[in-house]
Design a protein around this ligand. Sequence first.
Ligand code: CA
Length: 226
Amino acid sequence: MARERILIIEDEARIAQFLERGLVYESFRVSVAADGQTGLAMARDNPPDLVVLDWMLPGLDGLEVCRRLRAAGSVAILMLTAKDDIKDRVSGLEAGADDYLVKPFSIDEMIARVRALLRRAPPASQPEILRFADLSLDTGAHRANRQDQAIDLTAKEYELLELFMRNPRQVLTRDVIFDRVWGYNFGGKSNIIEVYVRYLRQKTEIGEASRLIHTVRGVGYVLRED
Ligand code: CA
């Protein structure tokens, strides 16, 4: 199995080295960029499987780098931030980050997050087209389609939508969604599920298309016809 390629974009040499050592020890192939421009160029020339991206960078900041990485493709993005503030997390998620780590963190915690993000369903030998109402999801291409409009999804958006499509008309609790999509719990205050449901609604409710992902107040969400 090919070893996964990870790009670290972090200007603080001490932290970059700490991350690099930890990841190399776990047999990942690691490269390091000390600023956003360099990181973007490296990602373009040699696309990584995952980017560990620091929020505070000189020049282009982490949010902008995140937006540009996301615009260029579907690479997994783990953001590092010193700000333990939910508003910052949400703006990072809106810029396309898949997950967060708040400094200081342990190397074990970072490795666990990296593995959770890289973990994918074993390559489907038989890609399927899941269908619900007028929405379809191609499990091979990781793309959705509604009313003949192709919908591009980020890695986490895809996983969340696949979970709904495989469990239609069943109420999924927040705990189940955390466990199945993120692999761990963010804690009671996190609104990451709300943020991702909002993205999916924006992407799937095109034009006159009706709502398919409904909120079940105080419980979770359900995929059903309006
Ligand atoms: Ca930094």
